[in-house]
Design a protein around this ligand. Sequence first.
Ligand SMILES: Cc1cc2nc3c(=O)[nH]c(=O)nc-3n(C[C@H](O)[C@H](O)[C@H](O)COP(=O)(O)OP(=O)(O)OC[C@H]3O[C@@H](n4cnc5c(N)ncnc54)[C@H](O)[C@@H]3O)c2cc1C
Length: 429
Amino acid sequence: MPLQLFQPTLEAARARIAAVRPAEYARSRNALDGAVTRLSPYITHGFVSLPEVLAGVATHHRLYVQHKFVFELGWREYFHHVWRHRGERILQSLREGPLPEAAYVPEMPADIRQARTGVAVIDEAVRTLYATGYLHNHARMWLASYAAHLRKVHWRAGADWMLAHLLDGDLASNHLSWQWVAGTGSDKPYLFNADNVARYAPAAWHSAGSVIDTSYEALDAIARNPWPVPAQPVGEGVEEPPLSTQPSSVAVPSAADVADRDIWLIHPWALGEPPADLPAGCLSLGWWPAGAHAARPWSGSRWAFVGARMRALATLQWHGSRQQLAQALTRARSVQTSGDGPMGALLPPMVRQRAVLRLFSEVDQPCGSFSAWWKRTTRGVERLLDLPGLAELSARGATGTGPRRVRTGPDEVPPGATPPSNKNERTAP
Ligand SMILES: Cc1cc2nc3c(=O)[nH]c(=O)nc-3n(C[C@H](O)[C@H](O)[C@H](O)COP(=O)(O)OP(=O)(O)OC[C@H]3O[C@@H](n4cnc5c(N)ncnc54)[C@H](O)[C@@H]3O)c2cc1C
């Protein structure tokens, strides 16, 4: 089922880009049946970059810098900005949440994992996650909020569990979003109630009469009280899909395979088209980083999604540690890849890293909030084409979907346009 919805091909990613309707997106993004793009698995795994996405959309639609669609793409780059600056520290609470750390349990409870909490919105979300490898942003927020604030699950336990089941699992976006919901990455907990679900989700998700059918004041009091709401498991639920740390039937690194060859190294977060200027006869080598996978297992759907694209791109595939890779590559003539930041740190030093094309300008100073980052990164940017990623694509004269034909201009900014917020009236992811 997940691969029916998310074909692991560049064509599928491009078809989704062509289908984006930004005006409808801005109007309906918060609704579960709204016009969201479902591009995230392709973006996380590098099939397409954010500048390519925006260039593709802007070829067909008039857009401006403060448009909701551009703004949401900004959230992804913001989370990566935080990751670059804080590194592994994003795996710990960035600030104190509503309760001391010890008030939260270190595991996702079985009734949540099995979709039998009896709270329809939560059980539907878990079922959807397992069945599709994808969840709408609002459903992710609901699930995280229920786990952290009502059941007192430590955000890290929830984040690790969710990351494993998503096709788009991205350490920065996922773990920092969980922190945002938990109130350790924002100044207050994110809360939701049954009315909010009824407004944005289809009937099967509605949760009238359940523990979330209450006021925001009552929910805030629950979030600040160390006692979890009692579990009341119902029915048989669903089985959690098994996780695995290894790709199937892949070789270990061997120097003989690459002796005197130029190598284009492909890894699970760099599954885009190879650059046009690689040396003639360059070998496409796929590498599954054993250390990263051992630390963060994936569902079978994720392995199938990424594995299919890896097979389409790589002539040869290895599964091994960074050290095994480094040893085997010593006999290669040259090695290049696409990667930078924390992802690039996985790579041995002899690998030349071509930086991933970013959409927005890098902000050197670490920003503690999205709005501070957004203000800085868009300062002086009036036209879409002033965004560095689009300017770079344009300079390269890139692609049929290239920004030479981008439809843009300050006159298209609707009166009073500001960065939108989508819930509880604060600037939300
Ligand atoms: C608890 C929680 C966990 C999350 N985990 C992940 C994750 O592991 N990987 C991931 O890519 N996103 C994650 N998100 C962010 C967001 O939910 C997804 O990016 C979005 O739902 C993907 O669906 P879409 O492609 O249809 O998004 P659209 O709304 O169509 O947006 C287009 C693209 O913009 C980016 N984007 C949009 N909203 C956000 C956002 N709030 N944060 C970061 N990027 C955004 C994504 O790259 C997305 O593909 C998480 C959010 C929450 C609340």
